[in-house]
Design a protein around this ligand. Structure first.
Ligand code: NAI
Ligand code: 15L
Length: 264
């Protein structure tokens, strides 16, 4: 690609992916509401609010691919979620439509299905069961992408990320962990695929415990290579096992299912 846009570049995933995705384009345009590290070689840094329609149109102009990490990433009051994850996603898709439909990798979340119990093995055809306002906003993002695909041919990979951190942080994450390296190889596959479409893809590594069936995305030729197994002893040593009836042991969305609706 000539120019790849990465939104949410000041966040955890954005910072991890900044150098890991550098090889994918001549120029990487990094954007966030928050301050970012200054631009290095082959980088552009643009501070912008996803809720600002004009700013998002400028951001997308000249980009031939988008990795959309930007937005509220946990349970919060409705207003910030609405600004970043509802209006922001609308602004992004409208900007993409006005700029030749660059392929989008959308950071969706396991919290679209968080109220499914951990004894279920889900396919992408199972119903959404969001576990909070945040999860609902990711369901909206997936619906938006699907509609822009059907109406305008906009291609998006809807990656329902489990837990993408350098290491799993608790027992639940032994099942939901998505290694940063596996995420990079998935992003590469999605941009290289001759035809992407608008698939839902479970963003998860090849962990021993599996809740999600990725067979519908096999046509992309992507396979996770990492496993959380090598962290099992460390997780056991550093974390008490949750009680069998605790949200972290019952629901796929874990503790998010027990969050209140935050009013302020
Ligand atoms: P993060 O919270 O560290 O980063 C999100 C970034 O978005 C932040 O730097 C924030 O400043 C920016 N942002 C928030 N509102 C904005 C706005 N109105 N305009 C512009 N930028 C705004 O989250 P993280 O962990 O890096 O996740 C990245 C994406 O992946 C998020 O969309 C999150 O929902 C999704 N995700 C992440 C998972 C993970 O395990 N890290 C799991 C599932 C989904
Ligand atoms: C998410 O959607 C969050 O953005 C991230 O911070 C993690 O908590 C992750 O899900 C998870 O479920 O572990």
């Amino acid at each position: 690609m000539k120019r790849l846009l990465i939104t949410g570049a000041a966040g955890g995933l954005g910072r991890m992916m900044r150098t890991r995705l550098a090889h994918m384009a001549d120029t990487i345009r990094l954007s966030d509401l928050a301050e970012m590290e200054p631009a290095g070689d082959g980088e552009e840094v643009v501070q912008a609010d996803l809720a600002d329609e004009a700013a998002v149109h400028d951001l997308v102009k000249g980009c031939d691919g988008i990795v959309h990490f930007g937005g509220v990433s946990v349970e919060q009051p409705f207003d910030p979620i609405c600004d970043a994850n509802i209006r922001g996603v609308y602004n992004l898709y409208e900007a993409a439509r006005a700029n030749g439909n660059p392929r989008i990798i959308f950071a969706s979340s396991n919290h679209t299905i968080g109220f499914h119990t951990q004894d279920r093995h889900l396919s992408v055809d199972d119903p959404m069961k969001p576990d909070g306002l945040y999860g609902v906003s990711k369901c909206f993002g997936e619906a938006m992408a699907s509609m822009y695909h059907a109406k305008f041919g906009q291609e998006t990979a809807l990656v329902r990320i489990g837990s993408c951190f350098p290491e799993p942080r608790n027992h639940r994450m032994l099942a939901t962990w998505f290694s940063p390296d596996d995420f990079v190889s998935l992003i590469e596959c999605c941009f290289r695929a001759p035809r992407l479409g608008c698939p839902i893809i479970w963003g998860v590594s090849d962990n021993d415990e599996q809740w999600w069936d990725n067979s519908a995305a096999r046509y992309l030729g992507w396979r996770a290579k990492d496993s959380s197994a090598r962290f099992r002893n460390k997780v056991n040593a550093e974390n008490a096992r949750p009680a069998p009836d605790a949200p972290d042991a019952v629901y796929q969305g874990g503790a998010f299912t027990a969050e209140p609706i935050h009013r302020d």
